[in-house]
Design a protein around this ligand. Structure first.
Ligand code: HEC
Length: 184
């Protein structure tokens, strides 16, 4: 007696977990395409990272809830070389409108420099910081900008209207609403 067994073969398409990058990010010095397979596994697929990979706009810019985390990362990973206000030390100032590499005026360029590094002691940060942390530290670097808001081309028109050049000390509110608000 023949029993036909129909094996249902679940055909599925394996979709890569790596965020699809609509933008091609390139190393600031060599122009080589940056490979995000090398990024730290955590913080790689947050909504902000996914959005950034397709738009090139940092969704954390001027989001008060993210700035404190960005500041903490800046103080532990960047300020030793760039100064605690980004005013420059052994590394160049990051808080004015002059860039050694003009592409750093865009968030796409700034991200590429942090991820892939530049010259001398500006090493690639992809093994030190998660992609999501890079976006937060970038938002803090942008917040430290001390020149006229009109020059803050990375901001949206709306953000530019309320942006104030960084004036030194500022007390950030405790856990304000926003994308990085801690849930209790
Ligand atoms: C060990 C020292 C050191 C550390 C740590 C460091 N940098 Fe740098 N950075 C440098 C140096 C030196 C340069 C200049 C490199 C060059 O001109 O190619 C530089 C260049 C840069 C530039 C390019 C600036 C321009 O004018 O175009 C950016 C942006 C930058 N760093 C951001 C960061 C951020 C953000 C961090 C922390 C995540 C960081 N750096 C950590 C030393 C450092």
């Amino acid at each position: 007696m023949a029993r036909v067994m129909v094996a249902a073969i679940g055909a599925f398409v394996a979709v890569s977990a790596i965020a699809q990058t609509a933008i091609t990010f390139r190393n600031t010095i060599t122009g080589e395409v940056l490979n995000f397979n090398d990024a730290l596994p955590e913080g790689k697929d947050t909504p902000a990272v996914k959005e950034f990979m397709t738009t090139g706009k940092n969704p954390y810019n001027e989001d008060m809830s993210c700035l404190k985390q960005g500041e903490q990362t800046f103080l532990s990973a960047c300020s030793g070389c760039h100064g605690h206000l980004g005013e420059g030390k052994i590394g160049p100032g990051l808080n004015d409108a002059y860039w050694t590499y003009p592409q750093n005026e865009t968030d796409e360029g700034l991200f590429s420099t942090i991820y892939g590094g530049a010259q001398a002691s500006m090493g690639p940060q992809y093994q030190n910081l998660q992609l999501d942390e890079m976006l937060k530290v970038m938002a803090w670097v942008r917040h430290l900008f001390k020149e006229a808001p009109e020059k803050a081309t990375w901001l949206t028109d709306e953000q530019r209207k309320s942006f104030k050049p960084y004036a030194g000390h500022e007390t950030l509110p405790d856990n304000p609403p926003g994308k990085c608000q801690a849930k209790k």
